[in-house]
Design a protein around this ligand. Structure first.
Ligand code: GDP
Length: 505
């Protein structure tokens, strides 16, 4: 338990209906008593100044210098809201009307004594109340310190604490849902279950090494190898979810590419029009390329503009081209747009060449117009598309790409495009409610490490190496997984995790 009592503004810093300033630590109630005067209790109890807290005017209250001290004996019922005023004990001046609640530990967010003040949503009010708390014994909280205390006091594990920040920062409904699942402990339970199996294995290994002659079931290399590979399979399955998890968390970076006039802007516009969710600005995204963000079926998609990626002699244009190339290279998914009414031109062929081995969806746009099933080479030679269809021609050039026929003008085909994008994100897997999705890069790296250690252990078992060597790798996997939930995380790792938090959380 912490010795200090911390205080911070917990709601967003700006105009609002209400704002919350909260404290956590052994002196939370002590500080609250110094600055909060409950209406009709603290004041009326004393009777000395003859004021009825419930009916007193602000002026009267300001003159009742003793009132804050009187309130010092106030004993609130845990988890009950009290109406009253924040009063400066120095001069009795009233700061704001507010509600206060006291939540003694360990049944509080941090596991310590917590006191919260709900005031009017004015920046001046938050600041004054916080300043008063600090003057009267509290210390300013560091970012994430409330949640860090909750973790240190065993109220939640590290993965759950990380879910708190993911939940706050979630930009799409799906990533929010993932974070809620993680906060509920879905990932932690899974990790604990795998760790329990590993511990079991470590115990058995130890017993077999220490008492080889005792009458215990021998852990043969065959059985050991089986168990290691079963456990590793579970981790590999978990790891497979991480690609989708990461996209849900961070959004998918997609680039709409195509030569001029194929309908890129039109497509972007219909996608934006379709987006019925709230789209937020992304701070910190690249300034050099235009980035638009939409939410497609709960998945955030960030589109980078890649106008023109063909080489040019023009200097200014070249800079734009460099940026576009960079966006093209960074994009996780390419939406390559062709004008089906014109067929495939040399420029299109060049772009398709660049898109080879990249995840891509080829959009045959302007499907409302008659198709020109032709391919025009760089030297101007025109030939018919493979099997007479543009689709087949594209499939031949880009065998891995999904192909969607669409009209940005009429909106026809948009549904298929959305299906294709969603399919790309989910990898075509249908997820069940109880499936755990790993979304956090720190967790992904640790799962990778555990898989690697267990793979080593598996290979060494296959080669019938000494059991104490195998044990080292199994233990390393056990420890790596423990870092996810925090059991084996070092102080630096914990510091790093909470550094990402906002103030007051
Ligand atoms: P960009 O240069 O690739 O961004 O292309 P634009 O979106 O500016 O479109 C170029 C022209 O094609 C405009 O006149 C659009 O109205 C037209 N256009 C775009 N998509 C379609 C479509 O699906 N069908 C038809 N008929 N015209 C389209």
């Amino acid at each position: 338990m912490s010795e200090t009592t911390i205080a911070a503004i917990s709601t967003a810093y700006g105009e609002a209906g209400i704002g919350i300033v909260r404290m956590s630590g052994p002196d939370a109630l002590g500080v609250l008593r110094k600055v909060f005067v409950p209406n009709g209790s603290g004041l009326k109890q004393t009777g000395e100044n003859g004021l009825d807290g419930a009916n007193a005017t602000v002026d009267q209250l300001q003159n009742s210098v003793d009132s804050a001290e009187d309130a010092g004996t106030w004993v609130p019922q845990p988890r009950h809201m009290y109406y009253g005023r924040i009063v400066d004990p120095k001069d009795g001046s009233v700061v704001d009307e507010c509600l206060a609640v006291y939540m003694p530990g360990p049944q509080s967010y941090t596991g310590e004594d917590v006191a919260e003040v709900q005031c009017h949503g004015s920046v001046i009010s938050y600041k004054k109340i916080l300043a008063l708390m600090l003057e009267n014994g509290a210390q300013p909280a560091e970012p994430g310190e409330f949640t860090k205390r909750a973790f240190l006091n065993g109220r939640m594990d590290l993965a759950q604490a990380e879910a708190v920040i993911d939940l706050i920062k979630a930009r799409s409904a799906r990533s929010f849902d993932c974070a809620v699942g993680q906060l509920e402990g879905m990932l932690s339970q899974k990790i604990r279950a795998v760790r329990a199996e590993l511990l079991d294995l470590l115990t058995e290994l130890a017993v077999n090494m220490d008492y080889p002659d005792e009458d215990i079931e021998e852990l043969t290399y065959g059985r050991l190898g089986n168990r290691i590979s079963l456990i590793n399979d579970e981790l590999i399955k978990l790891k497979e979810s991480s690609a989708e998890g990461r996209i849900l968390r961070e959004g998918l970076l997609a680039a709409i590419v195509g030569k001029p006039n194929v309908g890129k802007s039109s497509l972007m516009n219909v996608l934006l029009r379709e987006d019925r969710s709230i789209v937020t600005d992304v701070p910190g995204t690249t300034r050099d390329t235009i980035e638009e963000q939409i939410s497609l079926r709960g998945i955030t998609i960030r589109f980078v503009d890649t106008a023109g990626i063909r080489s040019s002699a023009d200097k200014v244009e070249s800079i734009g081209i460099e940026r576009s190339k960079d966006a093209f290279n960074r994009a996780e998914l390419l939406l390559l747009v062709l004008d089906s009414s014109e067929g495939i031109s040399a420029e299109d062929l060049e772009l398709m060449e660049m898109a080879k081995d990249r995840p891509a969806i080829v959009i045959l746009n302007k499907d409302d117009l008659p198709a020109a099933d032709v391919v025009i080479a760089a030297d101007g030679v025109v030939r018919r598309a493979a099997d007479g269809s543009l689709e087949d021609e594209v499939r031949r050039i880009l065998p891995g790409a999904r192909i969607v026929k669409l009209s940005a003008k009429t909106g026809e085909g948009l549904l298929q495009l959305e299906n294709s994008i969603e399919e790309y994100v989910t990898g075509g897997r249908v997820r069940r409610e109880e499936d755990v999705l790993v979304t956090n890069v720190r967790h992904i790296a640790l799962i990778d490490k555990a898989i690697e250690e267990l793979s080593w252990a598996g290979r060494m078992t296959g080669a019938a190496e000494a059991r104490d060597f195998i044990e080292v790798n199994v233990r390393a996997a056990f420890d790596a997984l423990g870092e996810i939930t925090g059991e084996t995380a070092s102080g630096e790792v914990i510091e790093e995790v909470f550094r990402r938090f906002c103030l007051g959380k």
